[in-house]
Design a protein around this ligand. Structure first.
Ligand code: KG4
Ligand code: ZN
Length: 365
């Protein structure tokens, strides 16, 4: 089976081709056309500009993806497309493009939830499927050789638009345990980077500055809040953290604000505050729901410190806990993860005719 997948939920135009043969998955091609340079001057994504760019990019990216994978069109069995959540005008661009292809090639469409795709990113590998009876048993069965029992799993999905803790009892069965009440974690990285003049996207820029932070003779000893960390629920809030950075920044003399030491220290402290809250709440949820697996996904999980700091803390909870985190290229937006989620949805019989596919910008998992 060959699946062509499309994602235009935010500012990346993504198309990928996934092949499933002899119960093994292989990504034949995975192209991401980034609009970072266009949005950099706004310090965030500008939806109408993003839509225009998607319209311009989609045919070009399709051509490149097909050329790289080289499948004959007749061999493509399915088209998977992200229908939400995301920026509505951007989502429609991808969905309309998928509908056109569906009519032209006479192939069914599988609608995909972007958050579910971030979870599915963890399973993009040469996974040997052993018992293809249901998506969940495929996932578990594919790993049965390694004696892995995956569910229940607690998923932490952190991106520019979302910060959610999700309880997953099977593929396709989810319960949102908590989410951000204001800014997403990635949005906080982006806004702090903007205050510090570090450019967009903020996550990688903050990470770079934080890496440079060493113990200087002179330190500012900045301490930022860890919002909602000790509250009983599994919700998050990051806008106060951004405001705390803004106040600290404004209260410093201009000379200090512009110094490398200050920027590096406040970047390191912002990153650490976000990491502390994310890890603490994820582990608390894993404990409460007796999770067998912690699953990460979304752009923020490309952060090395976050990935690194999870590990020692997992051991304090349960030495048998599985920890899944996608390779970095599959953390940020891509269509390979959409193809993967599309395949699992296909197994559940979710294919549709193009007339019935709709966008839902606020789609819940
Ligand atoms: O998943 P994603 O590519 O797009 C959305 O679905 O939103 O996530 C983008 C977000 C941006 O806010 C970006 O700053 C953040 O992920 N990000 C990072 C890193 N790489 C991307 N945040 C922290 N550290 C990183 N290395
Ligand atoms: Zn995303």
């Amino acid at each position: 089976m060959i699946i062509l997948a499309i994602d235009t939920s935010c500012d990346d135009t993504c198309i990928a081709i996934l092949k499933i043969k002899d119960l093994r998955f292989k990504i034949l091609s995975n192209i991401v056309s980034s609009q970072v340079k266009i949005h950099a001057k706004y310090g965030g994504v500008y939806p109408t500009l993003a839509k225009r760019e998607h319209q311009r990019n989609l045919p070009i990216v399709l051509k490149k993806t097909l050329k790289k994978a080289n499948p004959s069109i007749s061999k493509i069995d399915l088209i998977a497309v992200t229908v939400g959540p995301g920026l509505e005008p951007c989502l429609w661009t991808g969905v309309n493009f998928a509908k056109d292809l569906s009519q032209k090639w006479k192939k069914p469409i599988i609608p995909v939830n972007h958050i579910e795709a971030h979870i599915a990113a963890n399973f993009i590998k040469d996974l040997q499927l052993t018992r293809p009876t249901s998506p969940a048993s495929e996932l578990a069965g594919g790993r049965a050789t390694h004696n892995l029992q995956l569910f229940p799993a607690v998923c932490l999905i952190v991106s520019g638009g979302h910060t959610q803790l999700i309880l997953m009892s099977d593929f396709g069965k989810y319960k949102i345990l908590g989410e951000t009440r204001d800014d997403a974690a990635g949005e906080c990285f982006d806004k702090v980077a903007r205050i510090l003049g570090l450019g967009y996207p903020g996550g990688p820029a903050i990470e770079k500055q934080a890496e440079k932070f060493k113990v200087y003779g002179l330190r500012f000893k900045i301490r930022l809040p860890r919002p909602m960390i000790h509250q009983k629920n599994f919700d998050f809030s990051f806008s106060g953290l951004k405001t705390a950075v803004l106040y600290d920044f404004k209260n410093r003399p201009v000379k200090v604000r512009k110094s490398k030491k200050y920027v590096q220290e406040i970047a390191a402290e912002t990153q650490q505050a976000i990491i502390d809250v994310l890890i603490f709440k994820t582990l608390k949820a894993a404990k409460k729901y007796q999770a067998k697996t912690i699953i990460l996904g979304g752009g923020v999980t490309a952060n090395d410190e976050l990935r690194k700091q999870f590990n020692p803390k997992l051991k304090t909870l349960n030495s048998k806990l599985n920890f899944l985190v996608p390779p970095k290229i599959f953390c940020t937006d891509n269509a390979a993860m959409v193809a993967m989620a599309g395949y699992f949805n296909y197994l559940k019989g979710k294919r549709k005719n193009w007339e019935n596919i709709k966008v839902n910008a606020n789609l819940k998992i």
